[in-house]
Write a protein that binds this ligand. Sequence first.
Ligand code: ADP
Ligand code: TRP
Length: 330
Amino acid sequence: MTKRIISGVQPTGNLHLGNYLGAIRRWVDIQKDYQCLFFLADLHAITIAQDPEKLRSSVRETAAAYIACGIDPKKSIIFPQSTIAEHCELAWILSCNTPMGWLNRMTQFKEKAGKDKEKAPLGLYSYPVLMAADILLYKTTHVPVGEDQKQHIELARDIAGAFNREYGVEFFPLPEPVIGAEAARIMSLRDGTKKMSKSDESEYSRINLTDDADAIALKFKKAKSDMEEGMSYAQNRPEAANLLSIYAALKGISKEKALEECQSLNFSAFKGQLTDVAVAHLSPITQKMRELLASPDYIDGILKEGVQKAAEIAEKTMGEVKDLVGFLKL
Ligand code: ADP
Ligand code: TRP
């Protein structure tokens, strides 16, 4: 079977180093060899209240970030999820075949719903079914994501299997998560035990792809450190381990090599070195993003093209699904 790849990020604000190292940077390499679809997960974004104007601009900004990071619109299909109605249509059909017990196990819902689950929106709960639809609609086989999404991809596999069994077909391939070993989970700069996330209220917890050199330097300077000597991956030093991993991932070297280079540095000298590496790596991306955002028509053009290509695949799969389910075609 030929491999087909899909992934997406929620356009809910600035992309950060975790999104970049955990997901997008790896998409760039994969696109050379396989047909890839990279979408802006705006339907997922509204599981949490969004300001409509901000959401609209965030979709363009996130698309610009994809391209600035190296996603090539000539090779890969880039599109906003909400433009392809089949995502929702398929999600409904799949939801009719998904036991609630499976959804009850999802840890992300438990984290995001907070204490009062009765008040959590239904969309936040059924979100993984929409995610399964995103993946299965294009009969994708591999899904490159950060580690936090692994459980959702495993659920998508189960949902694909349930559909195939229900209708007695080998229709959907069972998708596999593709998770990089090196930067699967980048942690917050303020707390090495918490993942770096867009939703963290502290700007100092993350490096954004739009941060300039001064902001990057300041954020690393303020990053939590400890009083131990030298740098290491010791379990009781999650912040040191996280910053070393970031250093390794940005330089494209192994964790062991990063340790060799930096173990004798004290925390503040290491932070200086890390800042230089981060600025050198990220500033061309930031620059490219700025240029792209100055031409919104160019971005919209790319997205329109992406929508056309995605629609072709989506309509075909949906037609086949409707036949299998037994809907009348008029
Ligand atoms: P966030 O959690 O910041 O809102 P998303 O949920 O939109 O980010 O995630 C987009 C992609 O980035 C997913 O593939 C996710 O696994 C990956 N990702 C997000 N945060 C991290 C992180 N801290 N480390 C590694 N990968 C991450
Ligand atoms: N749930 C993913 C996230 O929050 C985004 C996403 C939605 C996705 N649908 C997907 C990723 C399908 C991969 C494939 O990061």
